[in-house]
Design a protein around this ligand. Structure first.
Ligand code: SF4
Length: 362
């Protein structure tokens, strides 16, 4: 199914709380230890889910912080399920992720959970997270979630520090019984700005490996903040040879082969106090659900409108023949250049128009 991203997002991410007992140095949410009194209430959260559903949205990710800090999570999930949404939660891997809690969420209608794993072993993962025991806790949470009947996604942020562990991560993830491996590429924003991403050439090499993996892996491979993967596939393979097994809506995927979800384009992020942003990595608030209708904001407010108009793109992306399909990571363009319409600086591609111009000049 192909959604019109001008009308409806495929995916809404709601940061249910910023409270988390972990304090990972790279956490985008800048997690705090206790719940913010200003975070959306149960009723506001349910209304938000109803608004997403009326807007035509299909999938909601309940993120954090650690969403398990919300004692009303089951009630919220049950509401979302009752109005036909697919719901995933992305809890932190802490002792709060008990068998009982995960079973309760499954019973309430939760479709799946997403756990973060950044390294292939305890040494790499725990030292990066600065949380001894986090690796083992994550594997245990993955097992409990599977036993509770939940689809499990592992999400890995690829950056310079762990790129060398890619093969190790493939080995680990293929052994965990996952439904989906969500590989997302660093956008240096907030606390993440202290990290370095991989080079444009490394992106191409990672695309090669992940495309191959997608043809043989026991799970769906989903790439995020790597919109130029679609250009890579079209460029290197014949049309129609897209991923054999793309992530389905149940796995948090579901974009059509000729669509790339991007900030504000198929994606909307609502932060813990209700601000409506194009993505969690492009946190430019266009309104607040307490005062602005979600539908009007997504469909017509700045910067959502501009983010969906490929004619406004600048630099290489602005003249690229793949702009409509790909358009580059708008969050990364913003994080690196300060302008969300600029070139995605980590794309190695030279558009045809630029090659022709350079040949004519030279
Ligand atoms: S130049 Fe921009 S639009 Fe073209 S493939 Fe690269 S990121 Fe995508």
């Amino acid at each position: 199914m192909k959604l019109d991203f001008n009308e409806a997002p495929l995916l809404a991410v709601w940061e249910t709380t910023r409270a988390c007992s972990l304090a990972c140095g790279h956490c985008r949410a800048e997690a705090i230890t206790t719940r913010d009194a200003a975070e959306l209430s149960t009723e506001e959260g349910k209304r938000l889910l109803s608004d997403v559903s009326s807007l035509g949205g299909l999938i909601v990710i309940l993120s954090g912080g650690d969403c398990l800090n919300r004692t009303d999570l089951e009630e919220i999930v049950a509401h979302g399920k009752g109005i036909g949404l697919r719901l995933h939660a992305s809890p932190a891997a802490t002792p709060l992720a008990t068998r009982e809690r995960l079973l309760g969420l499954r019973t309430a209608g939760l479709d799946g959970v997403i756990f973060a794993l950044d390294g292939p072993d305890a040494a790499a993962h725990d030292s990066f997270r600065k949380a001894p025991g986090s690796f083992d806790q994550t594997l245990s949470s993955v097992r409990l979630a599977r036993e509770a009947g939940l689809r499990v996604t592992v999400s890995t942020c690829i950056a310079e520090w762990n790129y060398r562990h890619l093969e190790g991560m493939i080995g680990l993830t293929t052994s965990l019984g996952l439904s989906c491996w969500d590989v997302y590429f660093l956008v240096p924003v907030g606390r993440l700005s202290s990290l370095r991403g991989i080079s444009a050439q490394d992106f191409e090499d990672a695309f090669e490996r992940l495309h191959k993996l997608s043809l043989e892996a026991p799970y769906a491979v989903k790439l995020a903040e790597a919109q130029h993967f679609k250009r890579y596939v079209l460029e290197k393979r014949s049309r129609g040879a897209f991923l054999r097994r793309q992530a389905s809506p149940a796995e948090g995927g579901g974009e059509a082969p000729d669509q790339a979800v991007n900030a504000g384009k198929g994606l909307v992020f609502i932060d813990h106090v209700g601000n409506i942003c194009p993505s969690r990595l492009l946190p430019l608030a266009a309104g607040n659900i307490r005062t602005h209708p979600l539908a009007e904001t997504y469909r017509g407010a700045h910067p959502f409108r501009e983010l969906r108009d490929p004619k406004l793109l600048k630099g290489r992306c602005g003249v690229c023949e793949y702009a409509e399909l790909c358009s580059g990571s708008r969050a990364r363009a913003w994080a690196v250049t300060g302008d969300f319409l600029e070139t995605d600086p980590f794309c190695a591609y030279t558009p045809k128009a630029m090659r022709i111009a350079s040949q004519a000049a030279g």
